[in-house]
Design a protein around this ligand. Structure first.
Ligand code: NI
Length: 186
């Protein structure tokens, strides 16, 4: 179960639409091994989510885990580790909310992104059972960010005001205290 290198922006694989997993694949050893690698890599990189394309596999699989204990996310609700296979996102409330986002595949940068505030995700779990989950606020943004990776989309594509793309250093210097904006580390 090795930690894998994380692909970074510029790698064409990150820009592909990942393919759906077949039911038979979902229970396969190969997929279990991939998911284990994704979890290890996400923990190693201290991310709160990771998508298969980020470790070089263009398939519809993503993992999200918000561990508030160990984290840089004080004040957020914890979210236990969950695997999303073949997910589909539906917007439930298009009212937008903005967060400063980061991404393991876009090192050393932060950008301000506005997204719908409430979504539903229909997906398969590791046993290929159909599941549905709704999320709002911070978690809704995390879901959309992660699942965008499966469509070949990076958060930087969704920044409308490019003056709000910053190095982490300049983000901390100039933007962290911006009133009325919420801030989401990687
Ligand atoms: Ni990301």
């Amino acid at each position: 179960m090795p930690i894998r290198p994380v692909l970074t922006i510029g790698n064409p694989l990150l820009r592909r639409v990942a393919r759906d997993l077949e039911p038979a694949e979902i229970r396969s050893r190969a997929l279990r091994a991939l998911l284990d690698d994704m979890v290890e890599t996400m923990h190693h990189e201290e991310g709160i989510g990771i998508a298969a394309p980020q470790v070089g596999e263009s398939v519809q699989a993503a993992i999200i885990e918000i561990d508030v204990e160990s984290s840089r996310y004080p004040g957020q609700e914890p979210f236990g580790l969950r695997v999303f296979l073949n997910p589909r996102v539906t917007v439930l409330d298009p009212t937008e909310q903005g967060f400063w986002e980061g991404c393991l595949s876009v090192p050393n940068l932060r950008g301000f992104v506005e997204r719908p505030r409430r979504v539903r995700v229909d997906y398969l779990d590791v046993d290929a059972h159909e599941r549905t989950i709704e999320a709002e606020g911070f978690l809704a943004t995390v879901f959309q960010h992660e699942l965008d990776h499966l469509q070949g989309v990076l958060y930087v594509d969704r920044i409308r005001d490019m003056t709000r793309l910053a190095t982490i250093e300049d983000y901390l210097r100039y933007w962290r205290e911006t009133p009325g904006e919420e801030h989401l580390p990687d």
